[in-house]
Write a new protein. Structure first.
Length: 437
């Protein structure tokens, strides 16, 4: 299978600058970091490990956006149909690039709207509860926006979230879910399950869920299966078509480096994309293109994911998105994943090496590289916020999650082994200082 059982070639990590530099020297993606702007903290170049929250800006983003501004200035309304990138078709350029990242057909993906809004649109089509089948299975510590989304959808159908939403939980003393336990809860709710809705990579623990197995179990139970890929898109290898996921959505500002709040995307499996009778919330941009501007036509959805569009494309936003996607296209997800496993493996080794004697840091992200993306989540047992702030003062940008988790996500596009070595030196010193203070 694609992601299980395939371990990173064994690398013997070392806590030395020479080792880190040697790893960088043989990194085929080392030049990619120069394609991004680098933020500063306290006047120094940041050690930026926060691509899980907001990816860095590609140096080409401004130019891509400027081209749209220029066309708008020069052509006004004619820009919809004229020029090298007519806005009427603006969504088309990102499709093949997104399809590769998501493991989908071009017709199954489209960039549009924002993540939570898209999830609502997709739920209207894929959460169709009946008296018997109304339950939704999801994960623990679900992202707040997803919880509000699920609960409000459940209430929209006159149901009680307490009865309708079922949560699969880790075993006592464990931080992450076992696939067999998720499958067990699906089977236990087989009669009443309408939907399995989970994230691809969990935002808090960094666990990369076994999507094919979960999808198979959900299908077998007669439920629909949907994924929030906010932390998965551009981070881990995905094969949504082959895994027969019914629907998915993601945002573009995390690993996809497309800028704050930028245009999101959806996947609808082709088995649903050609069913015009599937209920949906409609708008003119999902209506068949040739009749989009005609009056008095009844709504006929476009085939594929495009049929879920509601509004005019976010053309300026798409421009920055394309600048970022072109970098993925050039680097390739396979190479990115290979480097990502090595980088995160090195971070894991370094944290264990420098933090061992203090016994305050516990890595809650799965240890098997196949079960995680690039993020490592550290549970801090003592003075977590102080540690986080002291690291930030030294230029280390990670992020803090109450009550006691620090997340670091070294990304293969713009982070290096040397940066991780540098980080480890800072962490070692900071832990000493905090321990003494
Ligand atoms: C980041 C994130 C979101 C954000 O939703 P927006 O609609 O883009 O604000 C939603 N769900 C998950 C799991 C996330 O990680």
């Amino acid at each position: 299978m694609l992601r299980r059982g395939k371990q990173t070639d064994l690398v013997k990590y070392e806590y030395s600058k020479e080792f880190a530099l040697a790893m960088d020297a043989k990194d085929p993606l080392k030049a990619y970091k120069d394609r991004f702007f680098r933020p500063e903290v306290n006047g120094n170049k940041a050690l930026y490990f926060c691509g899980n929250s907001l990816g860095l800006q590609p140096r080409t983003a401004g130019q891509f956006v400027q081209e749209v501004l220029d066309a708008w200035a020069a052509k006004g309304v004619d820009g919809h149909f004229e020029g090298s990138n007519p806005w009427f078709d603006a969504r088309l350029r990102s499709k093949p690039m997104l399809a590769k990242i998501l493991g989908a057909k071009n017709s199954e993906v489209v960039a549009m709207n924002s993540l939570t809004g898209n999830l609502h649109l997709l739920m209207v089509s894929f959460y169709r509860p009946t008296r018997e089948r109304f339950r939704i299975l999801t994960e623990p510590d679900i992202f707040p926006s997803d919880r509000y989304m699920l609960e409000s959808q459940v209430r929209l159908h006159g149901l009680d979230p307490k009865e309708a939403i079922v949560v699969a939980r880790p075993r006592p003393g464990e931080h992450v879910l076992r696939t067999e336990d998720i499958v067990k809860v699906i089977e236990e709710n087989e009669e009443s399950l309408a939907l399995v809705f989970m994230s691809g990579v969990h935002y808090l623990t960094g666990q990369f869920f076994e999507i094919p197995a979960i999808s198979r179990a959900g299908r077998k139970a007669g439920a629909r299966v949907g994924f929030d890929l906010a932390h998965a898109a551009g981070n881990v290898p995905l094969r949504l078509h082959e895994w027969e996921v019914d629907f998915a959505a993601w945002c573009s500002y995390k690993y996809l480096n497309s800028g704050p709040g930028n245009v999101a995307g959806i996947f609808v499996h082709e088995k649903h994309g050609h069913q015009p009778e599937l209920p949906r919330l409609a708008g003119w941009w999902g209506h068949q293109e040739e009749a989009r501007f005609s009056l008095n036509t009844d709504f006929k959805p476009m085939a594929g994911a495009d049929g879920w569009q509601v509004s005019n494309n976010n053309v300026l936003a798409l421009a920055a998105h394309e600048a970022a996607l072109e970098i993925f296209e050039a680097a390739g997800m396979d190479s990115l994943r290979r480097k990502s496993e090595l980088l995160t493996g090195y971070l894991e080794f370094l944290v264990e090496t420098v933090a061992k004697k203090h016994q305050v840091l516990e890595i809650i992200t799965p240890r098997n590289p196949a079960e995680r993306g690039c993020q490592l989540s550290l549970l801090v047992h003592k003075r977590g916020k102080a540690l986080f702030e002291a690291l930030y003062a030294e230029g280390v940008v990670g992020d803090w999650r109450d009550p006691n988790v620090i997340r670091f996500a070294p990304t293969p596009l713009y982070n290096s082994f040397e940066e991780l070595f540098h980080f480890a030196k800072i962490l070692e010193r900071t832990l000493e200082n905090l321990g003494a203070g």
